[in-house]
Design a protein around this ligand. Structure first.
Ligand code: GRF
Length: 218
Protein backbone atom coordinates (compact mmCIF):
# COMPACT_ATOMS: atom_id res chain seq x y z
CA UNK A 1 0.00 0.00 0.00
CA UNK A 2 2.80 2.40 0.83
CA UNK A 3 4.15 2.43 -2.68
CA UNK A 4 1.12 4.39 -3.85
CA UNK A 5 2.15 7.91 -4.89
CA UNK A 6 1.82 10.41 -2.07
CA UNK A 7 -0.53 13.39 -2.17
CA UNK A 8 -0.24 16.37 0.18
CA UNK A 9 -3.50 18.23 0.83
CA UNK A 10 -3.49 21.81 2.15
CA UNK A 11 -6.54 23.07 4.02
CA UNK A 12 -7.57 26.06 6.09
CA UNK A 13 -11.09 25.08 7.11
CA UNK A 14 -13.74 22.40 7.06
CA UNK A 15 -11.96 20.10 4.64
CA UNK A 16 -14.99 18.56 2.95
CA UNK A 17 -12.98 18.35 -0.28
CA UNK A 18 -10.21 16.69 1.69
CA UNK A 19 -12.80 14.18 2.90
CA UNK A 20 -13.85 13.46 -0.69
CA UNK A 21 -10.21 12.81 -1.59
CA UNK A 22 -9.69 10.59 1.48
CA UNK A 23 -12.80 8.59 0.59
CA UNK A 24 -11.79 8.23 -3.06
CA UNK A 25 -8.33 7.07 -1.99
CA UNK A 26 -9.72 4.54 0.48
CA UNK A 27 -12.10 3.23 -2.20
CA UNK A 28 -9.11 2.98 -4.57
CA UNK A 29 -10.79 5.31 -7.04
CA UNK A 30 -7.56 7.28 -7.18
CA UNK A 31 -4.21 5.55 -7.31
CA UNK A 32 -2.58 7.69 -4.61
CA UNK A 33 -2.68 8.00 -0.84
CA UNK A 34 -2.68 11.14 1.24
CA UNK A 35 0.61 11.27 3.13
CA UNK A 36 0.19 14.72 4.62
CA UNK A 37 -2.57 17.14 5.53
CA UNK A 38 -1.11 20.56 6.18
CA UNK A 39 -2.93 23.60 7.51
CA UNK A 40 -2.02 27.17 8.34
CA UNK A 41 -4.68 27.03 11.07
CA UNK A 42 -4.35 24.75 14.07
CA UNK A 43 -8.13 24.59 14.53
CA UNK A 44 -8.99 23.66 10.94
CA UNK A 45 -11.52 20.82 11.03
CA UNK A 46 -9.70 19.28 8.07
CA UNK A 47 -6.90 18.29 10.46
CA UNK A 48 -9.40 16.39 12.59
CA UNK A 49 -10.70 14.58 9.52
CA UNK A 50 -7.12 13.55 8.68
CA UNK A 51 -6.42 12.27 12.19
CA UNK A 52 -9.57 10.13 12.09
CA UNK A 53 -8.06 8.36 9.08
CA UNK A 54 -4.56 8.03 10.51
CA UNK A 55 -3.13 10.57 8.07
CA UNK A 56 -0.09 12.59 9.26
CA UNK A 57 -0.84 16.27 9.82
CA UNK A 58 1.21 19.44 10.14
CA UNK A 59 0.41 23.01 11.10
CA UNK A 60 2.46 25.88 9.69
CA UNK A 61 1.04 29.13 11.02
CA UNK A 62 1.56 31.91 8.49
CA UNK A 63 1.49 34.48 11.29
CA UNK A 64 4.79 33.12 12.60
CA UNK A 65 6.66 34.20 9.44
CA UNK A 66 7.94 37.62 8.45
CA UNK A 67 7.10 37.28 4.75
CA UNK A 68 4.96 35.21 2.40
CA UNK A 69 8.17 33.80 0.91
CA UNK A 70 9.46 32.61 4.27
CA UNK A 71 6.09 30.95 4.99
CA UNK A 72 6.12 29.29 1.56
CA UNK A 73 9.69 28.05 2.04
CA UNK A 74 8.54 26.26 5.20
CA UNK A 75 5.55 24.77 3.37
CA UNK A 76 7.91 23.47 0.69
CA UNK A 77 10.20 21.90 3.30
CA UNK A 78 7.33 20.11 5.08
CA UNK A 79 5.71 18.93 1.85
CA UNK A 80 9.02 17.67 0.42
CA UNK A 81 9.64 15.70 3.61
CA UNK A 82 6.31 13.91 3.07
CA UNK A 83 7.50 12.63 -0.33
CA UNK A 84 4.43 14.08 -2.05
CA UNK A 85 4.37 14.03 -5.84
CA UNK A 86 1.16 16.05 -5.97
CA UNK A 87 -0.02 18.99 -3.88
CA UNK A 88 -3.76 19.67 -3.66
CA UNK A 89 -5.06 22.94 -2.31
CA UNK A 90 -8.50 22.31 -0.84
CA UNK A 91 -9.85 25.46 0.74
CA UNK A 92 -6.34 26.69 1.56
CA UNK A 93 -6.87 30.39 2.14
CA UNK A 94 -3.39 31.74 1.42
CA UNK A 95 -2.07 33.22 -1.79
CA UNK A 96 1.19 31.46 -2.54
CA UNK A 97 4.37 32.95 -4.00
CA UNK A 98 6.74 31.74 -6.72
CA UNK A 99 8.82 30.12 -3.94
CA UNK A 100 6.03 27.57 -3.56
CA UNK A 101 5.03 27.35 -7.22
CA UNK A 102 8.55 26.75 -8.49
CA UNK A 103 9.14 23.96 -5.99
CA UNK A 104 6.32 21.88 -7.53
CA UNK A 105 5.99 22.90 -11.19
CA UNK A 106 2.71 21.63 -12.67
CA UNK A 107 2.21 19.58 -9.53
CA UNK A 108 -0.15 21.82 -7.61
CA UNK A 109 -3.92 21.63 -8.09
CA UNK A 110 -6.59 23.97 -6.75
CA UNK A 111 -10.37 23.86 -6.62
CA UNK A 112 -12.47 26.97 -7.04
CA UNK A 113 -16.24 27.34 -6.51
CA UNK A 114 -17.05 29.05 -9.82
CA UNK A 115 -16.72 28.45 -13.53
CA UNK A 116 -13.39 30.13 -14.13
CA UNK A 117 -12.45 32.54 -15.56
CA UNK A 118 -15.68 33.95 -14.05
CA UNK A 119 -15.67 34.97 -10.42
CA UNK A 120 -12.11 34.31 -9.24
CA UNK A 121 -10.99 35.18 -5.71
CA UNK A 122 -13.12 34.83 -2.62
CA UNK A 123 -16.90 34.31 -2.37
CA UNK A 124 -17.38 32.74 -5.82
CA UNK A 125 -21.02 31.72 -5.17
CA UNK A 126 -21.94 35.20 -3.85
CA UNK A 127 -20.29 36.84 -6.86
CA UNK A 128 -22.27 34.58 -9.21
CA UNK A 129 -25.55 35.43 -7.46
CA UNK A 130 -24.86 39.14 -7.56
CA UNK A 131 -23.99 39.00 -11.24
CA UNK A 132 -27.20 37.15 -12.06
CA UNK A 133 -25.76 34.21 -14.00
CA UNK A 134 -28.09 31.26 -14.70
CA UNK A 135 -25.36 28.68 -14.26
CA UNK A 136 -22.31 28.46 -12.10
CA UNK A 137 -20.14 25.58 -10.99
CA UNK A 138 -16.64 24.66 -10.01
CA UNK A 139 -13.21 24.28 -11.53
CA UNK A 140 -10.14 22.18 -10.78
CA UNK A 141 -7.06 23.81 -12.26
CA UNK A 142 -3.29 23.83 -12.06
CA UNK A 143 -1.99 26.59 -9.87
CA UNK A 144 -0.06 29.38 -11.54
CA UNK A 145 1.13 32.79 -10.40
CA UNK A 146 -2.28 34.45 -10.68
CA UNK A 147 -5.34 34.13 -8.48
CA UNK A 148 -7.44 31.26 -9.89
CA UNK A 149 -5.96 31.71 -13.37
CA UNK A 150 -4.13 28.42 -14.00
CA UNK A 151 -4.84 25.88 -16.77
CA UNK A 152 -8.22 24.20 -16.30
CA UNK A 153 -8.44 20.43 -15.81
CA UNK A 154 -12.11 19.69 -15.03
CA UNK A 155 -15.22 21.80 -14.59
CA UNK A 156 -18.77 21.00 -13.57
CA UNK A 157 -21.85 23.14 -14.00
CA UNK A 158 -24.80 23.70 -11.67
CA UNK A 159 -27.93 25.80 -12.25
CA UNK A 160 -28.61 28.93 -10.23
CA UNK A 161 -32.16 28.95 -8.87
CA UNK A 162 -34.36 32.03 -8.40
CA UNK A 163 -34.53 31.58 -4.66
CA UNK A 164 -30.86 30.68 -4.11
CA UNK A 165 -28.91 32.22 -1.28
CA UNK A 166 -25.14 32.19 -1.12
CA UNK A 167 -25.42 29.14 1.15
CA UNK A 168 -27.76 27.07 -1.05
CA UNK A 169 -25.75 27.80 -4.20
CA UNK A 170 -22.45 27.09 -2.44
CA UNK A 171 -23.83 23.76 -1.20
CA UNK A 172 -24.95 22.75 -4.71
CA UNK A 173 -21.51 23.67 -6.06
CA UNK A 174 -19.69 21.88 -3.22
CA UNK A 175 -21.42 18.61 -4.09
CA UNK A 176 -19.92 18.85 -7.58
CA UNK A 177 -16.51 19.81 -6.15
CA UNK A 178 -16.48 16.52 -4.26
CA UNK A 179 -17.10 14.70 -7.53
CA UNK A 180 -14.58 16.46 -9.77
CA UNK A 181 -11.60 16.93 -7.45
CA UNK A 182 -10.91 13.18 -7.09
CA UNK A 183 -11.45 12.88 -10.85
CA UNK A 184 -8.76 15.46 -11.61
CA UNK A 185 -6.38 13.80 -9.14
CA UNK A 186 -6.94 10.46 -10.79
CA UNK A 187 -6.19 11.92 -14.24
CA UNK A 188 -3.02 13.51 -12.87
CA UNK A 189 -1.73 10.43 -11.04
CA UNK A 190 -2.46 8.18 -14.00
CA UNK A 191 -0.23 10.45 -16.08
CA UNK A 192 -3.03 11.34 -18.46
CA UNK A 193 -2.71 15.12 -18.33
CA UNK A 194 -0.58 17.17 -20.68
CA UNK A 195 -0.37 20.94 -20.50
CA UNK A 196 0.44 23.16 -23.45
CA UNK A 197 0.11 26.80 -22.55
CA UNK A 198 -3.38 27.19 -21.14
CA UNK A 199 -4.68 23.97 -22.65
CA UNK A 200 -4.83 20.77 -20.65
CA UNK A 201 -5.50 17.53 -22.52
CA UNK A 202 -6.83 14.60 -20.54
CA UNK A 203 -6.15 11.36 -22.37
CA UNK A 204 -9.15 9.02 -22.45
CA UNK A 205 -10.92 11.15 -19.84
CA UNK A 206 -14.31 10.13 -21.22
CA UNK A 207 -13.55 6.57 -20.06
CA UNK A 208 -13.74 7.74 -16.45
CA UNK A 209 -17.23 6.97 -15.23
CA UNK A 210 -19.15 10.16 -14.61
CA UNK A 211 -16.54 12.38 -16.27
CA UNK A 212 -18.22 15.54 -17.37
CA UNK A 213 -17.26 18.81 -18.83
CA UNK A 214 -20.84 19.38 -19.81
CA UNK A 215 -23.85 20.41 -17.90
CA UNK A 216 -24.62 17.56 -15.50
CA UNK A 217 -28.19 16.48 -14.80
CA UNK A 218 -28.83 18.53 -11.72
C1 GRF B 1 -14.52 25.13 -1.44
O1 GRF B 1 -15.67 25.79 -1.88
C2 GRF B 1 -13.39 25.34 -2.40
O2 GRF B 1 -13.82 25.45 -3.73
C3 GRF B 1 -12.80 26.65 -1.94
O3 GRF B 1 -12.90 26.61 -0.54
C4 GRF B 1 -13.96 25.74 -0.16
C5 GRF B 1 -13.36 24.70 0.75
O4 GRF B 1 -14.33 23.87 1.31
N1 GRF B 1 -11.47 26.81 -2.47
P1 GRF B 1 -13.87 22.59 2.16
O5 GRF B 1 -12.90 23.10 3.24
O6 GRF B 1 -13.23 21.62 1.23
O7 GRF B 1 -15.14 22.07 2.77
Amino acid sequence: MNDRPVIAVLVSGSGSNLQAIIDASERREIPGRIGLVLSNKADAYGLERARKHGIPTAVVDHKAFGSREAFDAKLVEVIRASGAVLVCLAGFMRVVTPVFLRAFPHRILNIHPALLPSFPGTHGPAQALRYGVRFSGCTVHFLDEGVDTGPIIVQAVVPVHEDDTEETLAARILKEEHRIYPMAIRLFLEGRLTVEGRKVSAKDAEKIPDFSRRNPDV
